[in-house]
Design a protein around this ligand. Sequence first.
Ligand code: C5P
Length: 220
Amino acid sequence: EHIPVICIDGPTASGKGTLAAVVAQKLGYHFLDSGSLYRITGLAATRAQIPLDVANEQAIADLLQSLPIHFEGSHIWLGPEDVSELIRTEEAGMNASRVSAFPMVRAALIDLQRRFRALPGLVADGRDMGTVIFPVAPLKVYLTASAACRAERRYKQLISKGISATLPSLRADLEARDARDANRSVAPLRPAQDAKLLDNSELSVDQSVEIVLNWWQSKQ
Ligand code: C5P
């Protein structure tokens, strides 16, 4: 019960993943990338040819029960297949956002996420880490950046990987995803009441890391 958790929630492409991974590494804590679970769910359902609509939420939640998901460092395996790259596409993100709106899918992932909490501590990144999964976490950060800024970061990321993209369509996609995440009935994207807000539009990764580590230190 005394295992500390730091929650980092926020919208698409706010830099949560990077920030959470660095903070975890600096503290020697475990790391949960909860979005990857929804991404894998979308991938598995698509492969099973289950249309991603709410009429199939039970089938998708059932499918989840038997999915052989394994985390190994920064790699994620689905059975014998390394799906780390495959789940990072924009399409996988959009599919993740669809299945993540289904209450049964969210419920099916709760225990799995809580099991990541282990000594010496956990840094968890997502949309509802502070509001639903770890409500008593001692530090909750809600990370944001302007939509223009987030679209530009995503653009640079994709281009550097040799994936073609255009800024306006990326921005439209991320705003659509934010709207869906914020307007769903279960675990909508919003800051926990006791979350600390951090807008990193004008900050480097190092600066954001330092702020979060300082907040963490002040809790000790
Ligand atoms: O963070 P990431 O972009 O990988 O998340 C993909 C999608 O999964 C999000 O757009 C969101 O719909 C969903 N998600 C969620 N709850 C979380 C993490 C992700 O609903 N804790």
